[in-house]
Design a protein around this ligand. Structure first.
Ligand code: SIN
Length: 312
C-alpha cells in the first residue's frame, strides 16, 4: 500500500500534489475546488498590495508541449487571499495552506509581510520573487542585490513560516550564489521553478505572436520546462540547508514526472500547465500514476526515494 504523506517543517500533508500559484486559485470558489480535490494542499494566486486586472488578452496560449502566458499578476489583492487563508485554516485546522504574495516593487514585500505577521494566519507564506510578466519589471530573483535587500527587510518583520518562489537558473555559479544567499535566512521552503521567462511562440498561419502582452514574450510552462525544473530542484537540494524544503514545480504531465521531481529532492510538487489544461481531474490521474510508479519501484513512502537520484 503506497502512502503519499509528506511534510515541510512541522506542516503535514497527505498528498505531495498541489496547484501552482496562478492556476485554479484566483477566487475563493476555485480555491475551494482545489481543497476538495485529492491535492494535499493549495496555494493562492500571488496577491499584490492592490487588486490588479493583469495584462490584456490574449495572455495565455496552449502549445504543443506546454503553454505560454503573460498574465501580469491579475489578482484580487493580497488581503482577499489572506482573509481566505485565515477562514480556510479555521475550517480545516489539520490542512495547512499556502498564501502567495508578489510585490510590484521591492518595498511591497515587507509591507505585506507586516500585515500577514500581524494577522491570525498560521500557514505558510510564499514570497514570489520571480514573475516574468509585469511590463517594465524584471524578475527580482535574477538580481541578487535586490533579493538580499528584500529578504533583509522582510525578515525584520516576518517571523512566520516563509518561502520564496524562484525563477529557473541555468548556470552552476548562479545556483551557488543564490543558495549561499538563501541559506542566510530563516526560510522554511523554496518553490522552484516559476515559468521559463520570456519565451516566444508564433502562430504559423499568420506569422503573429500567439499572445498580446510584451510583444508576445511570456513564461513557458509544461513539458518544455521539465529538464530545467529537475535540474533546479536537484541543484538547490544539493546546496540548501537541510531544513529548507523544496516545492518542485515545472514540467509535470505524468506521474513519472512527479516521481522524478521527488527523486531530485522535492517535498511537494505543484501543477501548473497540466492543471490548466486538464482541470481538477489531473490530481486524481497523477496521484494514481505516481502510486503506480512507486509500486513498480517497490517504494511505500515518499521518503523511501526522496532525493535519492543516482548519478553515473
Ligand atoms: C502572472 O500572473 O503573470 C504569472 C505569475 C508568475 O509567473 O509568477
Amino acid at each position: 500500500m503506497v502512502n503519499l504523506h509528506t511534510s515541510i517543517g512541522s506542516f503535514q500533508f497527505n498528498n505531495v500534489l498541489m496547484n501552482a500559484s496562478g492556476v485554479h486559485c484566483m477566487t475563493a470558489a476555485e480555491l475551494d475546488e482545489v481543497a476538495q480535490s485529492p491535492a494535499g494542499t493549495l496555494v493562492t494566486k500571488s496577491g499584490t498590495l492592490q487588486p490588479r486586472d493583469g495584462n490584456p488578452a490574449p495572455r495565455y496560449a496552449s502549445l504543443e508541449l506546454g503553454s505560454i502566458n503573460s498574465m501580469g499578476l491579475p489578482n484580487k489583492g493580497f488581503r482577499y487571499y489572506l482573509d481566505y487563508a485565515i477562514a480556510f485554516q479555521a475550517a480545516h485546522p489539520d490542512r495547512p495552506i499556502f498564501l502567495s504574495i508578489a510585490g510590484t516593487g521591492p518595498a511591497d514585500y515587507a509591507e505585506m509581510a507586516a500585515v500577514i505577521q500581524a494577522s491570525d494566519f498560521t500557514g505558510l507564506t510564499e514570497f514570489n520573487l520571480s514573475c516574468p510578466n509585469v511590463p517594465g519589471k524584471p524578475q527580482i530573483a535574477y538580481d541578487l542585490t535586490t533579493t538580499e535587500h528584500i529578504l533583509d527587510d522582510l525578515f525584520k518583520v516576518f517571523k512566520k513560516p516563509a518561502g520564496i518562489k524562484l525563477p529557473p537558473f541555468f548556470d552552476l555559479a548562479q545556483f551557488d550564489a543564490m543558495a549561499a544567499l538563501l541559506n542566510r535566512y530563516p526560510l522554511t521552503f523554496i518553490n522552484s521553478i516559476n515559468s521559463l521567462g520570456n519565451g516566444l511562440a508564433i502562430d504559423a498561419a499568420t506569422d503573429t505572436a500567439l499572445i498580446l502582452p510584451k510583444g508576445g514574450f511570456g513564461g513557458i510552462g509544461g513539458a518544455y520546462a521539465k529538464p530545467i525544473a529537475l535540474a533546479n530542484v536537484r541543484a538547490f537540494r544539493q546546496r540548501l540547508r537541510d531544513d529548507i524544503a523544496i516545492i518542485g514545480t515545472g514540467g509535470v504531465t505524468t506521474g513519472r514526472d512527479v516521481y522524478e521531481l521527488i527523486l531530485c529532492g522535492a517535498s511537494l510538487v505543484s501543477l501548473g500547465t497540466v492543471l490548466q489544461e486538464e482541470g481538477l481531474p489531473a490530481f486524481t490521474r497523477l496521484t494514481q500514476e505516481l502510486e503506480a510508479e512507486m509500486t513498480a519501484k517497490g517504494y511505500a513512502t515518499i521518503q523511501d526515494f526522496q532525493g535519492q537520484l543516482k548519478t553515473l
